[in-house]
Design a protein around this ligand. Structure first.
Ligand SMILES: [Zn+2]
Length: 218
């Protein structure tokens, strides 16, 4: 409601090109020209998720926006990234009972002031009308930053750092797990493992971006 009133005085602009638009936060033109990630990531034998969809490559203009979003508090980009994920959901006919963000630790939350994936999930929930829950999957231990580690250490680094707070919320549920950038998939796989072990029926991972290890170094 408030958003609609504000919209009368401040017309919406596309998050990526600043064109005036009437609905959502990314214009049709941008959604059409975005370089979507086309290759399919292989699902490894030890994968706990049922499907992993990465929307776009981590490069160019959108990479810059992701960095601003993640590290410079430009929170409204979340709406544009949610638009991009929504495009993918429509294309691949993805549906679920619940959307859950990849959590960050309390320590990181205090430093950053927000969980970037949670902001995306909020808008994605609005677009899809699927409920979201940010309190069910939590990061209960601090670990080293994945982006600083070589591939062979990433799996070990995320082991046992996530836990479930409210098992009842996920038993038998089909879940969409949202991440911002996916590299080796260790983080989303560990989260999926915890969700599945606590009774989740299906886990589909939606990541805004994909990058290989070489480019991921920030
Ligand atoms: Zn645009």
């Amino acid at each position: 409601m408030l958003e609609e009133i504000v919209g009368l005085f401040f017309p919406r602009k596309c998050i990526f090109c600043n064109e005036k638009i009437n609905e959502r936060y990314t214009c049709r033109k941008c959604l059409n020209i975005i370089e979507y990630y086309k290759e399919r990531l292989e699902t490894p034998d030890d994968a706990y998720y049922d499907k992993l969809i990465c929307a776009i490559k981590y490069n160019g203009n959108l990479r810059t926006r992701m960095l601003k979003f993640k590290f410079d508090s430009v929170k409204y980009f979340a709406r544009g990234f949610a638009d991009i994920l929504f495009e993918k959901m429509v294309k691949y006919d993805v549906n679920a009972d619940l959307i859950i963000p990849v959590p960050i630790s309390k320590k990181r939350y205090r430093e950053r002031g927000y969980n970037q994936s949670e902001l995306i999930v909020k808008y994605l929930s609005k677009l899809t009308k699927i409920d979201y829950n940010r309190n069910v999957l939590i990061k209960s231990k601090n670990n080293l930053k994945q982006s600083r580690l070589p591939e062979e250490q990433r799996k070990e680094n995320v082991k046992d750092v996530y836990s479930i707070k409210n098992t009842e919320a996920i038993i038998g549920k089909n879940i969409i797990l949202v991440d911002d950038i996916c590299t080796t998939g260790s983080t989303v796989n560990e989260c999926s493992k915890v969700l599945k072990n606590s009774g989740a029926n299906r886990v589909i991972v939606l990541s805004v971006m994909y990058t290989n290890l070489r480019r991921a170094k920030l």
